[in-house]
Design a protein around this ligand. Structure first.
Ligand SMILES: *[C@@H]1O[C@H](CO)[C@@H](O)[C@H](O)[C@H]1NC(C)=O
Ligand SMILES: *[C@@H]1O[C@H](CO)[C@@H](O)[C@H](O)[C@H]1NC(C)=O
Ligand SMILES: *[C@@H]1O[C@H](CO)[C@@H](O)[C@H](O)[C@H]1NC(C)=O
Ligand SMILES: *[C@@H]1O[C@H](CO)[C@@H](O)[C@H](O)[C@H]1NC(C)=O
Ligand SMILES: *[C@@H]1O[C@H](CO)[C@@H](O)[C@H](O)[C@H]1NC(C)=O
Ligand SMILES: *[C@@H]1O[C@H](CO)[C@@H](O)[C@H](O)[C@H]1NC(C)=O
Ligand SMILES: *[C@@H]1O[C@H](CO)[C@@H](O)[C@H](O)[C@H]1NC(C)=O
Length: 508
């Protein structure tokens, strides 16, 4: 389906694609005047989106931190975050915590997270324990929990969602979950916000789902330690994520097999990133075929141009895990732009996208995906095709930024893994929906799914269904009026903030 609403990013993805096919023009160009102006445009937008200019003192690593600490150790608690600079809806409150997690290679790292608190909890105990009455003021309220795993925000320290005025996913996921009574515990992921490395260094292992799953799981442990009065140590929780975070949420379901956590009620992976190197290889074939097609109308699917647009970031992500790889796959021009322009500026997703839009010539070396370390990286970091603990709900848009048939294959291969036959895994595809719109399109589904699972008594059939369910059930949801709704690869929410003196802006 063609999108009737052209979006900036869609244009950017396409121009990335054009740049890929253009001939090399200035391989040595680091960041010329046009690039500089795009870079500044991106940085100024990003800076205006930060709740604190730069990262505030909260993100500095406390002296007591030591790499010999156990993961899940609480390092810092800010009980009541000052919401002046955030767009957090009235009634909700926020905390920030810092805790230890474990990176892919077992190194203990400090990580930050935010917690959004509802005005009143979703009453998950109603049916099972009528004596528990959260509206009575005698005992503090207990909150059911959703552990949120965010999608790509960038890879450098300033790109921490907890430092964005609208917490990155705003009314798409985190606000509605909190407004419906869930404590939302949202990790920034290691390397975003807090960093142990000198500035300008990427320590965030982008797309490393098992590392992200550690960050999510230890955020839950740490939040329970920080707020025992409001979060039961065995209270119910669901892990949920989108895109990069969709892969992470799936990783949380896999992690439960090895490190089970009390209160786990399932995971929701929306548009999950799984095998991104395979996707890039597929995308190259698809783009090559379209270029040679006799019919000029043969279109390149959005997922293919998206995958190709991710290459430089994927290469940097391989290096974040295997430093010896040293960004070998980047072209000279891309290497210079990444290292000498984006990295020193601490540019996040917006700036990254803008900075690479203008880079002419090849951004990557031919066959870079054939490198042994790249293959090893994908094996180490991807979720899917492993043992997991259900229930797991996988949601995807039919026009998503990832190829539907590859995700179907991931689901099928996951269900063929010995031990998974009895685990509930359901995949739902949403007709006509793209990468971000699918979050909204599926909202009644995921919200209901979470409420049902956290409400079920922990020993009931409806929870046991998780370990005794159907693996690989698939369905397609046909939406209403889908050709008339807003389409685009990006979100179409833009939550904007104004200072107190310009509060009149909120009237619109
Ligand atoms: C290539 O980029 C360099 C560095 O930005 C610049 O000095 C040079 O003029 C550019 N050359 C061409 C042909 O654009
Ligand atoms: C809010 O942001 C302003 C600058 O934009 C900064 O001076 C101020 O300290 C911030 N307030 C809080 C509470 O973080
Ligand atoms: C583990 O990975 C981190 C990057 O995440 C790196 O800084 C560190 O040197 C690695 N440690 C070992 C023992 O490989
Ligand atoms: C809960 O508490 C409120 C206020 O104290 C009371 O009116 C209500 O009857 C209680 N409900 C139950 C189920 O105990
Ligand atoms: C990494 O690659 C860059 C660019 O090719 C090169 O200049 C640098 O020497 C390499 N570093 C190491 C440690 O190999
Ligand atoms: C990194 O540190 C240098 C020197 O201390 C400073 O000039 C630069 O602004 C810093 N960059 C970021 C992104 O904080
Ligand atoms: C790329 O890989 C293909 C297939 O493995 C091979 O035929 C081709 O020679 C390779 N090209 C380069 C430049 O290494």
């Amino acid at each position: 389906m063609k999108s009737p609403i052209p979006s900036l990013l869609q244009g950017i993805v396409l121009s990335n694609l054009l740049a890929l096919s253009a001939s090399a023009q200035n391989e040595s160009s680091t960041c010329d005047e046009d690039c500089q102006s795009f870079l500044e445009m991106g940085l100024s937008f990003e800076r205006s989106s930060y709740a604190h200019p730069g990262l505030d003192a909260f993100y500095t690593i406390p002296e007591e931190f030591h790499p010999s600490m156990k993961p899940g150790t609480l390092l810092r608690v800010e009980e009541h975050t000052d919401l002046t600079n955030y767009t957090v809806p009235g009634g909700l409150t926020m905390s920030r915590i810092m805790y230890t997690s474990e990176s892919l290679n077992g190194t203990i790292v400090p990580v930050s997270a935010f917690i959004l608190w509802p005005y009143t909890p979703f009453n998950y105990n109603e049916k099972t324990s009528p004596q528990h009455n959260s509206t009575s003021s005698s005992s503090p309220p207990k909150f059911p929990l959703v552990a949120w795993a965010h999608g790509t925000s960038g890879v450098f320290p300033p790109c921490a969602p907890s430092n964005y005025r609208s917490l990155q996913y705003n009314f798409m996921t985190t606000y509605p979950l909190a407004l419906d009574g869930f404590a939302v515990v949202a990790t920034d992921y290691a390397g975003l916000g807090v960093t142990t490395l000198p500035n300008g260094t990427q320590s965030h292992a982008w797309l490393a789902s098992p590392a992200g799953a550690n960050d999510v799981a230890y955020a839950i442990d740490a939040a329970r330690k920080a707020f025992p009065a409001y979060l039961d140590a065995d209270g119910p929780f669901v892990a949920m994520g989108h895109s990069q975070g969709g892969g992470v949420a799936w990783g949380v379901a896999e992690r439960q097999m090895v490190h089970p956590q009390k209160g786990y009620r399932g995971a929701i992976a929306i548009s999950p990133a799984t095998r991104v190197v395979d996707e890039i290889e597929r995308a190259r074939e698809v783009v090559g075929a379209a270029a040679h097609a006799e019919d000029p109308a043969v279109a390149v699917p959005v997922w293919a141009s998206t995958a190709l647009g991710l290459q430089v970031k994927v290469i940097a992500a391989v290096t974040a895990v295997f430093p010896e790889y040293n960004d070998t796959g980047m072209s000279e021009g891309a290497y210079a732009r990444w290292h000498d322009a984006l990295k020193p500026a601490g540019g996040c997703l917006v700036t990254d996208t803008l900075a690479f839009t203008l880079l002419e010539g090849e951004q990557v070396r031919a066959n870079w995906t054939g490198n042994e370390l790249v293959g090893e990286w994908q094996e180490r970091v991807s979720s899917g095709r492993k043992e997991f603990r259900g229930p797991l709900l996988v949601i995807v848009g039919e026009e998503d930024a990832l190829p539907l048939d590859m995700l179907e294959e991931d689901v099928e291969r996951t269900c063929k893994v010995r031990g998974n036959e009895g685990q509930a895994l359901e995949m739902m595809s949403y007709a006509g929906m793209e990468h971000f719109p699918v979050i909204q399109a599926s909202r009644t589904k995921w919200m209901g799914w979470i409420k049902e699972r956290v409400s079920a008594p922990s020993n009931s059939n409806s929870v046991r269904r998780g370990q005794d369910g159907v693996c690989g059930e698939k369905s397609v949801v046909q939406g209403f009026n889908i050709e008339y709704t807003a389409h685009g690869i990006t979100p179409n929410w833009l939550v904007s903030w104004a200072s107190a003196i310009e509060a009149w802006k909120y009237a619109l």
